[in-house]
Design a binder for this molecule. Structure first.
Ligand code: SAM
Length: 233
């Protein structure tokens, strides 16, 4: 039995009981294995663009006695997933630009059957949240996990196809749900980001344009903190 990181545990907690899951970029395969082992789902699809991780996932599934419950696909994104095989997609542990591209390039017939997307980008958050908003991926739940000093968002969405926007750009960095919940991990992340911006601003040779950009971001983070995290907020 694998001991999962808090990040993978939270991803699992976002999966609806009885869902048909496709884990894109499955790597070790721990997520589909644990979902089945815990009885949350009956079967799953595990996809990876690289042969080596896919073989590792197969081996782990075999050790867990679950080879007959997981289908494996050597696949760039969702390209090789058969229609109707899944209603829930997990994409985790990749950059936001790559994840947006995987969603954009997914076959339309495969996407039509999807009810839920559990998405955990590791960088390029603004780009990714803009993609979600422009393409009508409505965020239904969200968590921020701190692991080894880094912060990882986990976003659950459904896709209505109706585009939306936020009134402030800063919400494309941190989302809307966690500030509204005055989430304590988000508060820590915001304070950490302010600290890091401060370090960059202390560099005398920092180009003027970058300096202005960072000062604006710092101001917006402080406003977010004032608005959502002051006593009684
Ligand atoms: N999802 C796991 C997690 O969150 O711990 C593993 C993340 S691992 C850092 C990224 C995995 O995504 C690798 O196994 C890599 O081969 C796979 N990957 C990268 N680009 C991909 C793509 N376009 N389609 C499918 N898998 C991809």
């Amino acid at each position: 039995m694998a001991i999962l990181s808090n990040r993978l545990e939270r991803i699992i907690s976002f999966v609806d009981r009885g869902a048909k899951v496709a884990d894109v970029g499955c790597d070790h395969g721990f997520v589909p294995i644990e979902l089945i082992r815990r009885g949350i789902v009956e079967q799953a699809a595990a996809l990876d663009v690289n042969r080596e991780p896919l073989e590792k996932a197969k081996e782990n599934a075999s050790k867990a006695g679950l080879s007959d419950r997981i289908s494996f696909y050597l696949s760039n994104g969702l390209q090789k997933l058969p229609e109707g095989k899944a209603d829930t997609v997990i994409i985790a542990g990749m950059g936001g630009i790559l994840m947006a591209r995987i969603l954009a390039e997914a076959p339309k017939n495969v996407m039509a059957g999807m009810k839920s997307f559990i998405l955990a980008p590791q960088s390029e958050y603004e780009h990714f949240r803009h993609y979600l908003a422009d393409n009508g991926f409505e965020i239904t739940d969200e968590a921020l996990i701190k692991e080894d000093g880094k912060f990882y968002p986990i976003i659950k969405t459904s896709c209505s196809g109706t585009a939306y926007s936020y009134e402030k750009e800063i919400y494309f960095r941190y989302g809307r749900i966690l500030p509204e919940r005055s989430d304590t991990v988000l508060r820590e992340c915001l304070l950490n980001d302010i600290l890091n911006i401060g370090k960059l601003l202390a560099i005398p040779s920092l180009p003027g344009e970058r300096r202005m950009e960072l000062e604006e971001t710092k101001k917006e983070i402080n406003e977010l903190l004032d608005h959502h995290f002051t006593a009684g907020a």
